[in-house]
Structure formats: C-alpha cells, structure tokens
Design a protein around this ligand. Sequence first.
Ligand SMILES: Cc1ncc(C[n+]2csc(CCOP(=O)(O)OP(=O)(O)O)c2C)c(N)n1
Ligand SMILES: [Mg+2]
Length: 559
Amino acid sequence: MKLSDYIVKYLEKITDSVFLLSGGGIMHLVDSFGKSNLDVYCCHHEQAAATAAEGYARIKNKIGVVCVTTGPGGTNAITGVAGAWLDSIPILVISGQVKRDDMMPRQDGVSTIRQLGFQEINIIDLVKPITKYAVTIEKEDQILFHLEKALYLATHGRPGPVWLDIPLDVQAAEIESEKLESFKSPAVSHSENIPMAKIIELLKKSKRPLLIAGNGIRLAGGEEILWKVLEKFKINAVTPIFSADDLITYEYSYYLGRQGMPGNESANYAVDNCDLLLIIGERMQLTQTSYDYQKFATQATKIMVDIDERELKKKTIQIDIPVLCDARIFLEELYKEDITLNRWDVEVKPINSNDYPQKKKYVNVYKFLEELGKYSKSMPVATANGMASVASHQALKISKGQRFITNAGLGQMGSGLPLAIGASVAAGKKPVICMEGDGSIMLNLQDLQTVLHHQLPLKIFIFNNNGYYSIRNTHLKYFNRVFAADPDSGVSLPNFEKLIIGWGLSYRRIANNDELAKVKEVIKFQGPIVCELMIDPYQPMLSRWEAGLLRKKVEQYGV
Ligand SMILES: Cc1ncc(C[n+]2csc(CCOP(=O)(O)OP(=O)(O)O)c2C)c(N)n1
Ligand SMILES: [Mg+2]
C-alpha cells in the first residue's frame, strides 16, 4: 500500500475533516486525500488552515488535522500552531518535506548548510518549542509508530499540537501495512494524589470561597461533572475571560462573570475579596492575575488544580495547595464529598450599555452586543482580539451549552475568521457568529473565499472603528500621539461594502443604534453574510482592573 494512502486511511479513523493548502511537496498526500472519505477544506493561507483546525478541535473536543507543504507551507502554519500550543488545543500538522536525497546534510543533528532541496526548511527545529512532538519521518516502516505516538501525545496529559514532517519519497513509498511497528502507550497510573481532606477542611472553614473554572475542565471532558459540582456546592464561580467564558453561564445562579483585567466587576471583586480560591484547569495567565500579580487574591488561601506541574510553580501566582491532577478526576472526587459551603452574596453587575455614551452617528458596541445576545442563542461565537473580542467577552450573554471561542494566549489578529470556519465545519456546517476587527480581519481576509466556496453560513460582524482602536489608545496614553493605527497615521482599510459585494458575499451595514434591528435579520439570514458595524472610534469601554483594586476592608464583608 502507498504510504500516503495509509496515512489518509488512518486519519479517516480519527476525524472527518482536514484543512489544507496544496503543494508539490505534499502531492502524494493531496492525491490520497482526494480519494478519501474525508471532507477537505482548502484554505488560502496555512495560518488560516492551522487556526481552522484549532476552531474545529475546540468545538469537537477532538484533534484537528492540517496538511501543508514544504518550506513556506510549514512556516505559514506556525502562528496557528503557536496559538494551539498556548491554549492546549490538540492539532496534528502533517507537512511535506523534500525527498530524503535532497535533504541537507547534518552533523550531530545540526544542518551544515542552509538548504539543499528547493523549498527545504528544517521545520522540525522551528516548531519543536511549540509542539508536544515533532519529527521528520525518514523510515517508512515507522509511519504507524509516529502517527500513534503523535496522536497519543496531542490528546493525553496537557493537550497540544504535534507535527509530522514527511519527505516526498516517503509519502510515495510502498509499505506492508501489517508489518508496521506500532506505538505502545505508557501505562497510566490512576492514583492521583489529591490532598482532599485538607481541601475539604479549608472549604468548610472558608467564609468567602470562590471557584475559577478554566478550559482545562472542558479539555478533560469535565463539563458535566463541573455543573454537578456547582449545583451541589453552590459555590460562587467565575470564568477566566477569553479562555473559558462558555464553561459556566448565567443560568447558574452563583455565576459572577468573566474574570481578568478587562473582565467584569463582580468577578474581579470576588477575586479581590475571597478568602479561599479554588482554581481548576486554568493556568492563570497575566490577563487573569494582572501585571500587579503580587496583589492577586492576597486574602485567599489558593488551591490550584492543574495537569502541568510547571504551571503550579510559576512566579506570577503563589499557590498554597498545588494539586497535580486531571481536572475531571479532581471534580469527580470533590463531588463525592458532603459539605455545605458558606454562602457569600456578591451582587452581579452586568454591563449596562446606557452607562456608555450613545452618539447619533455611531453604533454603541455594548448596545449592539445586547441586541446580538437576544438572537444568537446556541450559535457558536468566535472572536480574535481588539474591541470585537474584548467587548464581546465582557458583555455578550451566552446560554448554557453555547460555545464562545477565542485564542486567549496568543491573541493573534486574523484568528476569528478561521476559528469560525473550523467551528462551523465541526458543527456540521452550522451557522457560527464571527466577530472581527476592521484591522484584524485583514490578516486572514483571503479565507472569505473558503467561506463562500463551502457556503459556510457564518455571520461575520466587522467592527469598523477606524483602524486599530486598541493601538490608538495605547499610543495616546503613553506618547500622547498616534502612529501606525489609523488612516491619518499610516493604516488605511478597504471599503468593506465594495469589497464584500465584489467578493460575491451578502453585505449589510449597521450605521447607528437606530439600525440595530438589522442584527436579527443578519442572524436569521440563510448562508454566509458580512455585517459592518460603524462604531465610535472613541467608544469608551469598561475600565480595566488591576489586582487589589476592588478589595474591601475585612469588617465590611458582613460574613
Ligand atoms: C498578528 C498580530 N499582529 C499585531 C498585533 C498587535 N495588535 C493588537 S490589537 C491591534 C489592533 C487591532 O485592530 P482591530 O482588529 O481593528 O481591533 P480594534 O483594536 O480596532 O478594536 C494590533 C495591531 C496582534 N495582536 N496580532
Ligand atoms: Mg478596529
């Protein structure tokens, strides 16, 4: 059997879809994909292909698969892989490599020249620091071993991306599929070391306990048990803004919102004032602790449950009880306990759009999000960064089970559209809401063609705020002038109306608050549609939190 056919047969067992961009360096693989039962989505940039695989993996909670060619195909995919690495999303990248005879000579593993084969690049050394496993497969009879090992590593322990680089002649090689070496997965010991007695004692003693529930819970398949734990213990809970805002929703009576620097006041108040903080499956990046991390939850005894030991020991968070454990197993063990926690009431203050200036000429971003929240129930939502992501994560109400995906660690511009593509594919070509900045969407605009080609029914909202709102604000704050952020300072953007219509996609514009009724029309529209929102370039947003800002004096708690 031809090796490329063997790979594709193997992939048919683990996924239904592949994101790829063709090339001579993967011609055998591409031909095999063409003969397979897999749905192949040909993207127009490898960054988009890798990020679409991330979106797919997030929605399915299964591995996403990408195939890219030698040299530039691989290097273009790196940003998507970096995002998956930081947010622990399992994706498998298969890249082509020049044929073995054309590969550069190496001495002690180091290439002695820059290149031998055309479009050759040592991609493995480039991606090693951002993958759990990355190898060039130089022996055809090891293909099964590497596939199995890569898949195992991507999806076990802390998940993440893996990369298999396959020289052209290896792709074309004939193999005897019954005689292939296979990978023996290590025996996993299930004896997790949870100091439960101590944790229970602390929970019982606590007057103001708080839970931060992170995406590690979803990755571990622990959503269901999380909700059971919430219902049983009625603990106040927050989600880390951007990374897990869809894990707990306001259907839970004691949900206090999205926590972090740009997050909700109630959630940050709870962190500043809790006396016991239980963090599960969340690595607590600086967005959560703030740069003033020495002041983070200083009144609280901190218990942190994570599967990655190194996250429990980093300098930006001082943990009293580190628990090296799978998030789902921890929740299952906790659920077995019978204790009543002290109730500590925190007033939930959702963002009220009326607290922000309403100008006749523009859409108020929070008004728009209120309107969107009425119609977007159950549709997955994808965002990248900038106001389109920040304001949405602050204010968009979602319902239980609805997904809300964003790359929280890399925050790369241009990721919203491909995340939405992958999400729609994963959901069986269902509608997905995509919110992108006018600046951000430019970085993967080309993949509107993928949306059009496959008629993926995305509802794409472009937040037109005259360029890079976030950058403008930063420069005004630090330098009192603006550069490289809007048309007057060197960054102009296209006429989106002409562009989208010229592209053959449907277009709507919402020019001001009076036109917000169009949101419903856009959401109910059959097929893909782009809606441009004309937002005040100086739209004020919720003020940022720094650790300790909302801390009260102890005697004020009343508990
Ligand atoms: C790939 C990448 N390049 C640069 C940045 C730095 N950056 C952060 S926000 C931003 C501006 C984003 O503009 P837009 O998408 O229009 O959002 P806005 O801030 O205007 O709401 C830039 C350049 C980034 N996050 N990602
Ligand atoms: Mg913008």
